[in-house]
Ligand binder design. Structure first.
Ligand code: NAD
Length: 360
């Protein structure tokens, strides 16, 4: 076993996946020991987080780009040594089907475009990673899952937090009932967005604080209870009505879980906030922050802390997901997990629109 194979096998073992990935690669007749990823959409998240993380990954590398902005191409090609044959526009994107160097298409665009590009990628025979929020509606999520199944490719959501050992630790505390059952939760995620011309402020492009940040508040409540909410009561508000005409700047929503646990949640583009408080039957846990790129940490009523080191969340997320593809293991956050959150997002928006309780 050479060093790369050793590192890869170690990553698979660390991810708790069964079977050796290296033989699985051999079975697939591959010569490379890393999967090639093409990023679709070269905006902030691809530029500042994913491409740099792909310089640290063991199981995958940045093989290609798909962009609607030709001016970006030469800069990306030079910086990351991307050959001409691995550069696509939105219109010739489907030709990616004929490119054996691209194993995975990672959709990193405004949410309104996730479904179309994910389905096109699956139809091209490529595995799909898709950024959060998975799509605009439950129906869109279902069509993405169906397209992946029909083409026998895999679909994972870019839920970096679920790969963070600090988040996994609080999931385990609830699952193992360390302090008994969770009863009352407070879960918030937001940042102050000074922009006034971003897709996040346009409903048709998938804007709104719930889709962008509320997804983290929802996830934290779902992960801390280990349950799916059964009802939601939501109210939208804004302090900048001139900018937030089309979407919610801030949303407060109450989730009720089957066990009776309740989560008071908030998302916002007007407030810097990121914490999760869980009150259990016999104790409490606080994560502050709970869904940042790094530094997520917490403390508990027994005096213990949650503060694991993670070098790079996005690199770990992509390595974990590629290990799962290569070993035919399970994803931590498959398409079905993205759909669960969108089901709640839809209910939050329905409740805010009707000013009433919505049953999920
Ligand atoms: P961005 O606006 O910086 O980039 C979006 C990209 O899509 C740009 O390259 C833009 O040119 C392209 N695009 C194509 N068609 C477009 C259109 N009609 N309108 C606007 N842009 C268009 O956005 P971003 O912050 O990089 O977010 C992209 C995705 O990544 C979103 O789904 C977002 O939620 C997600 N994201 C995830 C995280 C995370 O922590 N997981 C963080 C930031 C963003």
């Amino acid at each position: 076993m050479n060093r790369r194979e050793f590192l890869f096998a170690s990553a698979v073992a660390a991810a708790g996946l069964t079977g050796s990935a290296v033989p699985a690669l051999a079975k697939q007749g591959r010569r490379r020991d890393k999967l090639g990823i093409a990023l679709v959409g070269l905006g902030y998240y691809s530029t500042d987080l994913l491409a740099p993380a792909l310089q640290l990954t063991k199981n995958c590398y940045l093989a290609g780009i798909v962009t609607g902005t030709p001016a970006k191409i030469s800069k990306w090609q030079m910086k990351y040594s991307i050959p001409d044959k691995n550069v696509y526009s939105y219109s010739n994107f489907d030709d990616i089907a004929n490119n054996p160097e691209i194993d995975i298409v990672y959709v990193v665009m405004p949410p309104s475009l996730h479904r179309d590009f994910a389905v096109r990628a699956a139809n091209a025979g490529k595995h799909v990673f898709c950024e959060k929020p998975m799509a605009m509606t439950v129906g869109e999520c279902e069509s993405m899952i169906a397209a992946a199944a029909a083409n026998k490719v895999r679909l994972a959501i870019g839920y970096r937090c679920q790969h963070d050992p600090n988040i996994q630790a609080y999931q385990a505390i609830s699952r193992d009932r360390k302090f008994g059952a969770p009863v009352l939760l407070s879960s918030v995620a937001g940042f102050y967005d000074p922009r006034s011309n971003n897709w996040r402020q346009v409903q048709a492009l998938g804007g709104g604080s719930v889709r962008d940040m509320g997804i983290y508040a929802i996830q934290a409540a779902r992960m801390a209870t280990g349950e799916e909410p059964v009802s939601v009561l939501a109210q939208a508000s804004t302090t900048r009505p001139a900018i937030y005409k089309d979407v919610d700047e801030t949303m407060q929503f109450l989730l009720e879980f089957p066990s009776g646990a309740r989560a008071s949640c908030m998302s916002s583009f007007g407030v810097e906030m990121n914490y999760l408080n869980v009150n259990y039957e016999r104790g409490w846990l606080r994560m502050n922050p709970h869904s940042q790129y790094n530094g997520n940490k917490g403390d508990m009523s027994d005096g213990k802390v949650i503060d694991f080191f993670i070098a790079n969340q996005q690199a770990k997320q992509m390595d974990d997901d590629c290990a799962a593809i290569m070993s035919r293991g399970k994803f931590i956050a498959p398409g079905e997990e993205g759909l669960r959150d969108i089901r709640v997002v839809e209910a939050v928006y329905r409740s805010a629109a009707t000013r009433g309780l919505v049953t999920i």
